[in-house]
Design a protein around this ligand. Structure first.
Ligand code: FAD
Ligand code: NAD
Length: 476
C-alpha cells in the first residue's frame, strides 16, 4: 500500500500533522503504538493520555476542592462537610481523556486519515515497517514520512520506579487515594503541577530539586514570587537537594539526599520522579535507514523539520525545542503544508510556556536574565495584580505582569505573568509579539474593565512610566 504521507506517532504533533495532510488532499496514514489500560489502541499520545489533559483535569478538581475550603471564608461562605471522593475524581479525569481520544479517532475518520495501531519503524526509502499489537509485521511506503514519536520520562538510578509507590508522572495521575506524604524528585513543571494536585487534596508534599536555582528557565523576578507563594501554600521545596538513594520499606519510601548542609534522611509514602523527559527515538528507525540523531537522542532536523533523509521529517518532543504540545502541533501543520508545496513557518520566538500552578506562571519571549546575558538594552514595565480591581474581586490578587521591550525600538521582547488565568492572559502577549508589536501598541489598546487583562495594559503603560493605578513618587 502506498501513501503520500505516513505519520509515526499520534500525539499532538503527529495527529495534527496527519489531519492537516489529509485536509490538503494527501493520502495519509498515522501509526501509533499507544494502548489504554485495557489494551485498546488510543490516539492522542502523551498529551491526551498521560500529560496535558489528565493533569489539567486533576488540577481543576483539586483547585475546586481547595477553593471550597480556602476561599469560601473570604467570601463569607462557610462550607462544612465537603467530602473528597478520589475514585470519582479520577473517573472524571478518565472520562475526559476517553472522550477526547475518541474525538481524535473521529477526526481521523472524518478527514480520511487511516489510523494504524501498532509500532512503526522507518526503513530505507520512506518505507515503514508496521508491527501490530497482535499479528505479523508488514511494510508500507510513502513519498513522505513524518516522525512524531514524542518523549518518555527520564528515569534515574537513585529512584527506580516500583509499582504505584515510586512512580513517574503517569503513575501519579492514577493514585486512587491521597497519600499522607508525597515526595517529588524535581521541582520543574511536572513536579509543581502534580505536587499542587496532591497538596490540595490533602497530602504533605516535599520537593527535592537538584539545582540551586528554582525554575531556571523562567524570569527570576516572577519565579521569586512563585517560590514564596508555593511555599506559603505548603509545598516544601528544597533547592540544591540531590537524591542519592531510595528504598521501598513497608510500602513507604526511605530517601537519602544531600544538600549544602550535608546528608539527610526522608520518609515518604509515595515518590514521584519528575526529572525531565527524553525523546522516544530508540527504535524509531532501522540501522539501514540511516536516520541521524542529535545530542540527547533527539532526531536531527533543520529549521524546517527536515531530517538528513530525503522525504523524512520530524516534529514535536522528538526534536529540538521546548517539549510542549502546541509547539509540536504547529510544527505538524507547517510540515504538512511544506509537503503540499506551500510555504509555512513556525515562530519559535513566540511560543508561550505555562506552569498550571495557582497562581499560574506564563511567559513568552526572553526573560530579563536572558536579555541581560545577551547585552540587549531593554525597558521594563510591571503591574501587580494587587492593584487590579478584577483580581481583588476574584480574591486572586497575588502576582504581577511584566513587559520587557527593546530600548531602541520598543518592540516587545518578553512578557512574564504570575497570576490567576496567566495561561489565558499570555495569549494576548503572544499575538502582540506575533504581529511584531511594541509596548506602545498594548498601551494604546482599550481593554475592557474590570478584567485581569488590564494588568497587561498597565504593565505596558509602565514601560514608559505611565501606569495609572500604581502610586509612584514623582519629583518635578
Ligand atoms: P507524544 O504526545 O509523546 O506522542 C507520541 C506518540 O507516538 C505516542 O502516542 C506514542 O505511543 C507514539 N509512538 C512513539 N514511538 C512510536 C513508534 N515507533 N510507533 C508507533 N507509535 C509510536 N505540554 C503542554 O504544552 N501543556 C501542558 O499542559 C502539558 N502538560 C503535561 C503534563 C504532563 C504530566 C506531561 C508528562 C507532559 C505535559 N506536556 C504538556 C508535554 C506534552 O505532553 C508533550 O509536549 C506532547 O505530548 C508532545 O507531543 P508529541 O506528539 O511530540 O509526542
Ligand atoms: P523539567 O525540566 O521541567 O523539570 C525537571 C526538574 O528536575 C528540573 O528542575 C531539574 O533540575 C530537576 N532534576 C533533574 N535531575 C534531578 C535529580 N537527579 N534530582 C533532583 N532534581 C533533578 O521536566 P519535567 O517537570 O519532568 O517535565 C518534562 C517536560 O514536560 C518539560 O520539558 C515540560 O516542557 C513538559 N511539561 C509541560 C507542562 C506544561 O506545559 N504546563 C507540564 C508538564 C510537563
Amino acid at each position: 500500500m502506498s501513501y503520500d504521507v505516513i505519520v509515526i506517532g499520534a500525539g499532538p504533533a503527529g495527529y495534527v500533522a496527519a489531519i492537516r495532510c489529509a485536509q490538503l488532499g494527501l493520502k495519509t496514514a498515522c501509526i501509533d503504538a499507544w494502548q489504554d489500560r485495557d489494551g485498546k489502541p488510543v490516539a492522542g499520545g502523551t498529551c491526551l493520555n498521560a500529560g496535558c489533559i489528565p493533569s489539567k483535569a486533576l488540577l481543576e478538581s483539586s483547585e475546586f476542592y481547595e477553593k471550597i475550603h480556602r476561599s469560601g471564608r473570604h467570601h463569607g461562605i462557610a462550607v462544612n462537610g465537603a467530602v473528597l471522593d478520589v475514585p470519582s475524581l479520577m473517573q472524571r479525569k478518565d472520562d475526559i481523556v476517553r472522550d477526547l481520544t475518541t474525538g481524535i479517532a473521529a477526526l481521523f475518520k472524518a478527514n480520511g486519515v487511516e489510523w494504524i495501531a501498532g509500532h512503526g519503524q522507518l526503513q530505507p526509502d520512506c518505507q515503514v515497517q508496521v508491527t501490530p499489537h497482535t499479528g505479523e509485521a508488514t511494510v508500507i511506503g510513502a513519498a513522505h514520512v513524518i516522525l512524531a514519536t514524542g518523549s518518555s520520562p527520564v528515569e534515574i538510578d537513585a529512584a527506580p520506579l516500583q509499582d504505584d509507590i515510586i512512580v513517574d508522572s503517569s503513575g501519579a495521575l492514577d493514585w486512587q487515594s491521597v497519600p499522607a506524604h508525597v515526595g517529588i524528585i524535581g521541582a520543574g513543571v511536572i513536579g509543581l503541577e502534580l505536587g499542587s494536585v496532591w497538596r490540595r487534596l490533602g497530602a504533605e508534599v516535599t520537593l527535592l530539586e537538584a539545582q540551586d536555582v528554582f525554575l531556571a528557565m523562567a524570569d527570576q523576578q516572577i519565579v521569586r514570587t512563585g517560590l514564596r507563594l508555593f511555599r506559603q501554600q505548603g509545598l516544601d521545596i528544597h533547592l540544591g537537594a540531590l537524591v542519592k538513594s531510595s528504598q521501598v520499606v513497608d510500602a513507604s519510601v526511605a530517601l537519602d539526599y544531600e544538600d549544602k548542609n550535608g546528608r539527610h534522611a526522608l520518609k515518604v509514602d509515595r515518590l514521584i520522579v519528575a526529572v525531565g523527559r527524553r525523546p522516544r527515538t530508540d527504535t524509531i528507525a532501522s540501522k539501514e535507514a540511516g536516520l541521524l540523531l542529535a545530542e540527547g537522542g533527539f532526531i536531527h532536523v533543520d529549521a524546517d523539520c527536515s531530517t538528513n533523509l530525503p522525504g523524512v521529517w520530524a516534529i514535536g518532543d522528538a526534536v529540538r525545542g521546548p517539549m510542549l504540545a502546541h509547539k509540536g502541533s504547529e510544527e505538524g501543520i507547517a510540515v504538512a503544508e511544506r509537503i503540499a508545496g506551500q510555504s509555512a513557518e513556525v515562530n519559535y520566538d513566540a511560543i508561550a510556556s505555562v506552569i498550571y500552578t495557582q497562581p499560574e506562571i506564563a511567559w513568552v519571549g526572553k526573560s530579563e536574565e536572558a536579555l541581560q546575558g545577551s547585552g540587549t538594552q531593554f525597558n521594563s514595565g510591571l503591574f501587580p495584580f494587587a492593584a487590579s480591581g478584577r483580581a481583588r474581586a476574584m480574591q486572586e490578587s497575588d502576582g504581577m505582569v511584566k513587559v520587557l521591550s527593546d530600548a531602541a525600538t520598543d518592540r516587545i521582547l518578553g512578557v512574564h505573568i504570575i497570576g490567576a488565568h496567566a495561561s489565558e492572559l499570555i495569549a494576548e502577549a503572544v499575538i502582540a509579539m506575533e504581529f511584531d508589536g511594541c509596548s506602545e501598541d498594548i498601551a494604546r489598546t482599550v481593554f475592557a474593565h474590570p478584567t485581569l487583562s488590564e494588568a497587561l495594559h498597565e504593565a505596558a503603560l509602565d514601560v514608559d512610566g505611565r501606569a495609572i493605578h500604581i502610586a509612584k513618587i514623582r519629583h518635578s
